[in-house]
Design a protein around this ligand. Structure first.
Ligand code: ADP
Ligand code: MG
Length: 489
């Protein structure tokens, strides 16, 4: 039978599962254990929970204080104060055995859940201990490392959305105290162009700007492999090895490329162990979840999952709009909301493609000094845009409209002024303006060499009539969908 304390906590957990997403629950509450529950005479209670690290408690405090308060007031009692106890200096995730309690009665009471306590800044990581390196990598004499970071890849420029919220907050927490959270290693995975590299570099840039880590290094696993191969050829493996063991924050991108590289994997295994044991932060990216990476040794794969694994998903429409807007502004380009929405609706597969689209618009704006209207955007992006059918041609619009109204197509360019022909001509001109990027002048030319003002007149005639004639509106809709269906193939 569970102890009363365990039973009480289990009841709390059961309620918490109803309140927060399953993934958050697994990450944050599965590692919490009840330590004690003391009730006082006034009916209040004090619940002490053990967490793997100070950071962990702070995270729960700042994100789940409300939930915890609600749940404990139901299960334990209205006036329940909650304390977190953690093992000091714990770099390891979970499995806390000897909790060195910072008991409420001791000199420094741990923070109650409310009010929140600000996190004291962590001092910069001290120089390496002698155990980490030898030769040129000994403490005090370490050459500075070029972190290999792109300055633009910061948290500020990384737009948050549902798709990356979890990974982004974890990354920020890590950047504030590399090696000081239970997220070690931190593994981000997700498809190409979804922001993994940007996000992990943001950790490095933040740590660098704020001095939370001294020796920071971003490297792709391909670079790691080729450096290692060179080290072997040049009989330099010891130096290679001690260099990597002297890094405080190591970011290795695209670890899936380690696949099949057994020797490199073995070397990386040792580097990993040394860094992890000495509380140095390791950050990894992969294009798929670790369970799906083939050709990497089991012992390495299991280590990759020791800390926290977070995915980035394709961005939703809203996030894509926000990213696009942000990037456009950086280029000094003001985009109309309908243009932003159009691009974000059509360029869906990843953020890199979204940037490609933007580059075209920027070039157009700079070279042609052009304003970017919806049809300009449509024209510029045809072919690039996902699922975006080929642009409609005036000819196909003419064919479809003539067919719909049942007149010979040649009549559109003739001088005929019968009612049906005029309607058809107006409609075809109207759609040519709306659905193609042709100028009014060239539209007029394609309708028997008419003037551009005729085209304007036709467009106005259509919109005016739509305002007052419901049947005509239906005809316009029917024509539009016929064109969408047939012309864009
Ligand atoms: P991955 O490493 O997952 O293939 P990247 O990090 O290289 O993707 O991202 C591709 C491009 O998209 C980069 O230029 C990056 O700045 C941009 N990007 C991705 N996600 C975001 C985001 N959430 N906010 C702003 N830019 C983003
Ligand atoms: Mg990448």
């Amino acid at each position: 039978m569970p102890t009363p304390l365990a039973a009480t906590w289990n009841q709390c957990l059961a309620l918490i599962t109803n309140e927060i997403p399953r993934r958050s629950f697994k990450t944050w509450f599965e590692q919490v254990d009840p330590v004690s529950l003391n009730r006082d005479e006034e009916g209040g209670a004090e619940l002490v929970l053990s967490v793997p690290s100070r950071f962990f408690g702070e995270w729960i405090e700042s994100n789940y204080a409300g939930v915890l308060r609600k749940v404990t007031s139901e299960v334990v009692g209205q006036d329940t104060r909650i304390f977190f106890a953690y093992e000091k200096n714990a770099p390891e995730p979970a499995h806390v055995t000897n909790i060195e309690m910072e008991t409420p009665a001791a000199a420094r009471p741990p923070a109650p859940v409310a009010p929140m306590q600000p996190t004291p800044p962590r001092p910069a990581v001290p120089p390496q201990s002698a155990a980490l390196g030898s030769g040129h990598a000994s403490p005090g004499r370490q050459a500075p490392v070029d972190p290999n970071l792109r300055p633009g890849y910061t948290f500020d420029t990384f737009i948050e959305g549902e798709c990356n919220r979890f990974a982004r907050s974890a990354a920020q927490a890590i950047a504030r105290q590399p090696g000081g959270t239970s997220f070690n290693p931190f593994l981000v995975y997700g498809g190409v162009g979804l922001g993994k590299t940007h996000l992990v570099q943001a950790i490095g840039n933040h740590a660098r700007a704020n001095g939370t880590a001294e020796r920071i290094l971003y490297i792709s696993s391909e670079q790691f492999i080729s450096q290692f191969v060179r080290a072997i050829q040049q009989n330099n493996v010891a130096a290679f090895s001690s260099f990597y063991r002297g890094v405080d924050l190591l970011v290795v991108d695209d670890i899936q490329f380690l696949s099949g590289k057994e020797k490199t994997q073995e070397e990386f295994f040792h580097v990993f162990n040394t860094l992890h044991q000495t509380g140095k932060q390791i950050v990894l990216c992969s294009d798929r979840p670790p369970s799906e990476i083939k050709g990497i040794e089991e012992r390495l794969l299991s280590r990759f999952q020791w800390g926290l694994t977070a995915d980035v998903q394709p961005a939703d429409l809203e996030t894509r709009c926000a990213i696009l807007q942000g990037k456009a502004e950086k280029h000094g380009l003001v985009l109309e909301p309908d243009v932003v929405a159009f691009i974000a609706e059509h360029v869906t597969q990843n953020i890199r493609a979204l940037e490609g689209a933007l580059t075209r618009l920027v070039a157009h704006a700079q070279l042609d000094g052009g304003r970017i209207t919806l049809s300009v955007a449509r024209g510029l992006l045809s072919g690039l845009v996902d699922n975006e059918p080929k642009p409609v041609s005036i000819e196909s619009i003419q064919t479809i409209v003539a067919e719909l109204i049942n007149i010979p197509i040649a009549q559109l360019s003739a001088r005929t002024r019968t009612r049906d022909v005029v309607t058809a001509r107006h409609l075809a001109m109207y759609f040519s303006k709306e659905m193609t990027t042709n100028s009014l002048k060239s539209i007029g030319l394609r309708f028997g060499g008419r003037d551009h003002s005729t085209v304007i007149h036709a467009c106005n005639a259509v919109t005016d009539r739509m305002d007052v004639d419901a049947e005509f509106r239906d005809l316009v809709d029917e024509a539009r969908s016929a064109i969408e269906r047939k012309a864009r193939v």
